[in-house]
Design a protein around this ligand. Structure first.
Ligand SMILES: NC(=O)c1ccc[n+]([C@@H]2O[C@H](COP(=O)([O-])OP(=O)(O)OC[C@H]3O[C@@H](n4cnc5c(N)ncnc54)[C@H](O)[C@@H]3O)[C@@H](O)[C@H]2O)c1
Length: 504
């Protein structure tokens, strides 16, 4: 087994494409000798030249001194044959994403390297166990899943296969730290942690669109307002549906049609139509010179004299909403709304219709505001029968204070509530399945997906009991097992403890 801290460590990288280059770059910078091999003639030399150019740029920017630049370049060795990797203590493969190619490569490598050489795969979607099982010594194989661009994405998933030796994962974990990356140890399961945890945002965003609740631009605005760097539709446009739709299908299939990961016919159709996103110039948005033509928000109606009655069942929520009102809005302070007042309710896990009827309010005059996301972008929801005059009165009362408001159709769990609850629930189930520790799940998601918080910390911020209430509301409304809560969430909500609490 290799020692990750060995100052004379020699490794091989096979596949000198995007990922292989990145891995070779960070290894060379960490003082590790790297032999780089690619079957395409000249590819390894090109990669070494490209990495050297990167080091020169870093040097010019003052991020690498001359000695460090020279040392790093000196650690890069293009290989002309697989046999050149004979002396490596570790070989990381980053070749095409085909099971047979990876199995064939590892079998070939086994006839070249020593028996204690570790073989690591950078696969994103294949089973590490299936790759390992082709080897004479399957225990030596582990997953080492980097993200693109490797030098900037400071997280790597270290995957223990079902037939692996735990010392392989230990050594790769140590190496990850030496490379300056945060290792996340995970068991060999579909999507590992990052691509598994990423299902919530995309598939629930697509449910909202598929149900005609809100348009992509509004869903994206609402979720950016909830703290996400990108909403689901701008994210899918950036990744490209040619990549993201097959991943959605693959994870759903590999989990035997688990409804939490159910993909959408919307992306399937759009993929068939070539509406890939940024790369094709048209996706959920259209692009001119690489910039999205985001449709403007709907024009804000004028302020009216219609009085506003705001549900006071939860005084904190009522107070938070009153703070967001424009000056001059007429408030109806009665215990029950007057005959011409617009009514505002605050559903958690429910919709505007249910909240109006449950409170004995007139649904034609009622709107709902998402009470859990009132700090930034506001979500205002109509019932199917809310009269436009009452909708416009509440919209103007909020919008003229300078608040950004999206007016959407009725939705159990509004938009942010249901999307965040799905993200939390999936994160909880990753913990429940013991795929990774709670701390590693959150680290993987913040570093790998750029979310403001990991799913478990996101759940803690809302409160486990609140997330459970949202899911219970969605489950009762849709009668869809997609929304059944994970046991991890249910127990911690009942115990009143953090979702980051591991099993004792
Ligand atoms: N691109 C990403 O964002 C990303 C992220 C994480 C993981 N991955 C995974 O990393 C791997 C590589 O992806 P990439 O984007 O760098 O691909 P790439 O197409 O940029 O590079 C692959 C390289 O492998 C070479 N190659 C193919 N078969 C080979 C073989 N049998 N032996 C030696 N070299 C061979 C090709 O010539 C090519 O240079 C894949 O498994 C992919 O799923 C990719």
């Amino acid at each position: 087994m290799f020692d990750p801290d060995n100052q004379q460590l020699v490794i091989g990288v096979v596949g000198a494409g995007l990922m292989g280059r990145g891995i070779a770059q960070i290894a060379a910078q960490a003082g590790i000798d790297v032999h780089l091999f690619d079957t395409r003639a000249g590819a390894a030399d090109d990669a070494v030249a490209a990495i050297t150019a990167t080091f020169d740029t870093l040097r010019a920017k003052g991020r690498l001194d001359a000695a460090a630049r020279d040392a790093a370049v000196g650690h890069l060795h293009p290989a002309t044959a697989l046999a050149d990797l004979a002396g490596c203590a570790l070989v990381v493969e980053a070749i095409v994403e085909h099971l047979d190619a990876k199995r064939g490569l590892f079998r070939d490598l086994e006839s070249v390297v020593a028996d204690d050489c570790v073989l690591a795969t950078n696969t994103s979607s294949l089973s590490v166990t299936a790759i390992a099982s082709a080897c004479r010594l399957p225990g030596r194989v582990g997953g080492f899943h980097f993200f693109s661009p490797v030098p900037l994405m400071k997280v790597v998933e270290v995957i223990d296969s079902a037939v692996g030796d735990a010392r392989v994962g230990d050594a790769l974990t140590g190496l990850a730290r030496r490379l300056g990356h945060r290792p996340v140890r995970a068991s060999d399961t579909p999507g590992f942690v990052v691509n598994h945890a990423g299902r919530g945002l995309l598939t629930e965003g697509l449910r909202v669109l598929g149900e005609g609740i809100a348009q992509p631009a509004d869903v994206d605005r609402i979720l950016r307002g909830a703290g996400f760097r990108m909403g689901p539709f701008e994210l899918m446009d950036m990744i490209g549906l040619d990549v993201s739709h097959p991943v959605m299908e693959s994870i759903h299939d590999q989990y035997y049609q688990e409804p939490r990961y159910r993909p959408s016919p919307i992306t399937r159709q759009r993929l068939a139509g070539g509406l890939l996103g940024r790369k094709s110039g048209r996706g959920f948005y259209t692009y001119t010179d690489g910039k999205a033509d985001t449709p403007p928000s709907a024009p804000l109606p004028a302020l009216t004299s219609t009085p506003l009655w705001v549900d006071g069942a939860d005084p904190a929520r009522r107070g938070a909403l009153l703070e967001r009102l424009a000056p001059g809005v007429v408030l109806d302070e009665g215990a029950r709304p007057g005959p011409d007042s617009a009514c505002v309710v605050f559903p958690v896990g429910g919709d505007a219709t249910g909240a109006a009827l449950d409170a004995g309010l007139d649904p034609c005059r009622t709107l709902a505001v998402d009470p859990l996301f009132m700090d930034g972008h506001l979500t205002l929801m109509t019932t199917p029968v809310t009269a436009p005059r009452f909708r416009d009165a509440v919209w103007a009362a909020l919008g003229h204070s300078g608040a950004a408001v999206s007016v959407i159709h009725d939705s159990a769990g509004c938009v942010a509530q249901r999307v965040v609850a799905m993200i939390v629930n999936i994160g909880c189930d990753i913990a429940q399945q013991r795929i990774a520790t709670p701390a590693d799940i959150d680290a993987a998601v913040t570093l790998g997906l750029g979310y403001p918080l990991g799913p478990l910390a996101l759940g803690d911020r809302l409160g486990a009991a609140t997330v459970l209430a949202i899911l219970d509301g969605l489950h009762a409304f849709y009668r869809d097992p997609r929304y059944r809560p994970s046991p991890w969430l249910v127990r911690r909500a009942r115990l009143g403890v953090s979702l980051l609490t591991p099993e004792s």
